[in-house]
Design a protein around this ligand. Structure first.
Ligand code: PLP
Length: 368
């Protein structure tokens, strides 16, 4: 057995972060209070958006965005074929239909050149995913959306702090949703942030996340069928303290990614690529082996040598529910997404990785 195990990811929580949480717990004000408002204001200021709603998860944010846009039965939403399953699930849960589109083989994002061919008169929105923290080609996506009168909901779950040109991920479409799950750079345990430039959409979101209540009404009134997608105030305090370190966290991840890109030189392993219009957050460093068998062998070999790895995301049309409901053959219809899913793996990426560990991992992959 190796004497050291290098984990895939590690949440970065300091004693000070913990202290901020206990302060809120001692105050007795547990749900959606001043720390939630402070976190919303911090996001508005730091990523140049107009409105922000703190919610209970990234998935909750995406779900609320689709409800607020009135997307439902009879409507279609364009979704990349390779993403975390939540992106498609929220479309299903509002009663709409997913239109899957294949991805770029090295960016792992929706292939914008394949979007227009799937649009029909029922299509209402595009949900680009900034996979692993790299922005999709938002110029092209916004151009297509404008031309066909579609909404754009950015699944920016992994992309807090990522940029596209001079704009931040999540602030380009009608909505952007970020996740605060422990696998992301900043975490609430479970949590999310939903941003928009529209005052009326934001009003609807703040009502929908809180049972459909009319904001600032007296007596209390309910104007829409809402949900409870609020976050606790102690979680917001945790995020508010961590998020001050976000630029440092992202800088370190970039150093790790650049080291991998330089040191991994195995002709059978495809490394990720970054277009010059984007700044990556490197939430995940995803490499692709020759085929499914070699990927599995690589994972086993890394594990035997103390290095943890995992699947990066799903080829959604290849999962049981979507395959059966939509009668799709992902291997033929979405070959790049299928390859990324069956042959791809995420290798360790976190702020506690040392240079020695990065060298160990790179050398192991080179010798594979
Ligand atoms: C993490 C993630 C989500 C879900 O976020 P949660 O906060 O766990 O609900 C959705 N989409 C993508 C692309 C993700 O990576």
């Amino acid at each position: 057995m190796p004497d050291e195990i290098i984990p895939l990811a590690r949440p970065n929580i300091t004693e000070e972060d913990i202290q901020k949480v206990t302060e809120v717990l001692r105050s007795g004000m547990l749900v959606q209070g001043e720390n939630v408002t402070k976190l919303e204001d911090f996001i508005i200021e730091n990523i140049s958006t107009s409105y922000c709603s703190v919610v209970s998860s990234g998935t909750a944010g995406l779900h609320l965005a689709l409800i607020a846009l009135g997307i439902g039965p009879g409507d279609e939403v364009i979704v990349p074929a390779f993403s975390f399953i939540a992106t498609a699930n929220v479309v299903e849960l509002v009663g709409a239909k997913c239109l899957f589109v294949d991805i770029h083989p090295k960016y792992f994002n929706i292939d914008e050149k394949k979007i227009e061919s799937v649009i029909t008169q029922h299509t209402k929105a595009i949900m680009p995913v900034h996979e692993f923290g790299l922005c999709s080609n938002m110029n092209e996506i916004m151009r297509i959306a404008d031309k066909h009168h579609l909404y754009v909901v950015e699944d920016a779950a992994c992309a807090l702090g990522a940029t596209f040109g001079n704009k931040y991920a999540g602030t380009i479409g009608h909505f952007g949703s970020f996740s605060l799950h422990p696998r992301k750079a900043v975490t609430a345990g479970e949590g999310g942030l939903l941003v928009t430039h529209s005052a009326s959409l934001d009003y609807r979101i703040k009502s929908l996340r809180n049972h459909g209540i009319e904001m600032n009404s007296n007596p209390m009134e309910f104007i829409i069928a809402g949900l409870n997608y609020r976050m606790t105030d102690f979680q917001a305090a945790l995020v508010l303290n961590q998020i001050k370190r976000l630029s440092r966290i992202l800088e370190y991840r970039k150093i790790v990614a650049n080291a991998y890109l330089e040191k991994i030189k195995n002709p059978n392993i495809i490394l990720p690529d970054v277009p010059d219009y984007a700044e990556h957050t490197w939430q995940t460093f995803h490499v692709v082996a020759e085929n499914n068998r070699r990927r599995d062998e690589l994972m086993t070999y890394l594990k035997r040598n103390g290095v943890m790895s995992n699947y990066g995301a799903q080829c959604i049309p290849a999962t049981k529910y979507y395959k059966e409901k939509y009668e799709l053959n992902a291997e033929i219809d979405y070959p790049e997404a299928y390859k990324a899913y069956t042959s791809g793996l995420a290798i360790p990426m976190h702020e506690k990785l040392s240079e020695i560990q990065i060298n160990t991992i790179s050398n192991l992959i080179n010798r594979f």
